[in-house]
Design a protein around this ligand. Sequence first.
Ligand code: ATP
Ligand code: MG
Length: 597
Amino acid sequence: MSETLKAKLRYASTPPSSEQIEKIKKILEKKFDDAVIEVETIEDPSIGGGFVVSCKNFEYDWSDAGRAKQLRAELNNLSKKTEEHDTGRIISMLGNKVVDFKLQVEDREVGTVTWVGDGIANVDGIEHAFYGEIIEFEDGTRGMAQDIRSDHIGCILFGNDAGIRQGTRAVRTYKEAGIPVGEAFVGRVVDALGSPVDGLGEIKETEYRPVEQPAPGIVERQSVNEPMETGILSIDTMFPIGRGQRELIIGDRQTGKTSIALDAIINQKGKNVICIYVAIGQKASTVAKIVQTLKKTGAMDYTIVVSSTASDMAPLQYIAPYSGTAMAEFFLHDGKDVLIVYDDLSKHAVAYRALSLLLERSPGREAYPGDVFYLHSRLLERSCKLSSELGGGSITALPIIETLGGDVSAYIPTNVISITDGQIFLESDLFFEGMRPAVNVGLSVSRVGSAAQTKAMKKSAGSIRVDLAQYREMAVFTQFSSDLDETTKNQLRHGSVLMELLKQPLEHPLKMHEQVIILVAANAGRLDLVPVKRVRDYKEKLLNYFNTEQGEICEELEKSGELSDQLKKRILDSVDAFNDVENKQLKEEIEIAHGNN
Ligand code: ATP
Ligand code: MG
């Protein structure tokens, strides 16, 4: 027995003829498996002319208003000419931008809003929407189906919800969220949906890419084997990062997390790496400052800033890192190397928690929803090194997590620690002692390890990590004893010089050969006699000397990336020669100082 369905036919002024009604009934019968259709006609001048037929959740729009809208959309498309790249699967999240209803009558599933607020809308009547589908509201705002329930779906909104109220119609688009990507984005500041916010005009996209994309599989990858140098001595020597690696930067507030990420970006100058900085829930002033720093150092030439500030609604903060990754993937599949910074994922988790609570999902530990681990794992898994057959591109991720009181065992920190390939742990105590960058050597690790270091670096780094660990232990142990034997004294002196060497000012990344020279000199004990206060000064002078007078050594190091015993000897000889001159000067200075007294 086939069921009976009621259809509503709205017309502007002239009611449909019985012939037309018969035709419509036929179409509906076909659609709803031979159901018996009863048609009710209603006069509705707002549609302008023609008919709109709705039955169950579906709607056929033959009205003038609907056609005008389609035509407008089509014209919009033509002027944008993005169709050739559009896979037909995705649609921009921006409302009123690229609306591609076909210029033909198609049925669409429609529903009505039952509740709206805080960037969330509950829609009743769209039963078949899939997770992540873009839903369009009457006023052109777009939302994403995020919560599929038996009686309604919850949408997160990517625009202002002022035009949406109870009863507003919502239409399925049958497409998932996409974002414009392309070369033209480099050097620009965009919001989470890819529209420019830097006032430099429109950006011509190359194509649209889905915001959510499954991570490349095992066969499509290769192991991380190329270094991604940060230019920060304490990181490149002890916790080397490789292209395609995910290294977490974790620490309390104001411990220099952002600074490390920025220095890493600045250091990519001339290295053929595209950098993407994703700001999540940050103050607009902070983002402005970061952009300024990037511009000042010339890093903006190869960087995209994706900004979702604290004042943006939770859906935008939630989507921002995925958008940034979609942009990165455009370059990845082009065989390029990308460095992406997520600053920071704690705020991302908080935005997601806000969304989930508004969608009435049950809260779990620390009130986060149960799938908060998946939130970050599916994001970070997209960073990889592709196999050579696929072009060998890579995405290196530097996610940032803020801890409270150094507690790395809280929910979100433990999650992200377990997803990433290592962490750089920054400590407030070290930071306030003046040890900047405040890297805690004991708790930081890079699980890719030396596979991502140049040979020269690997060889010269030697035992620096162990030396430092021993020094820290010894320093505590011998704090109160005055009588120390000679070996202990030497060890302490060596350690304190090393600590001093690892201090590095902002925006001063070191080149690979500079790091090697410092390490070779330090590990051979050539710096142990330099008074701790003078170490920084000495380091600058030594590097200056090498860069100006020993250019050959520097060049050889950079070119070959290897440190032969012979080259090492040459470096040490040059250091000795430099020391002689330097010591003489020091002596003179001391004499002058004494003479003055
Ligand atoms: P927040 O938690 O607010 O995001 P953060 O951990 O990202 O902070 P930054 O903003 O990077 O920290 O740095 C905090 C302050 O420390 C800044 O004023 C910065 O200039 C200073 N700073 C960071 N690193 C260094 C360094 N290596 N040398 C000198 N100053 C530094
Ligand atoms: Mg920061």
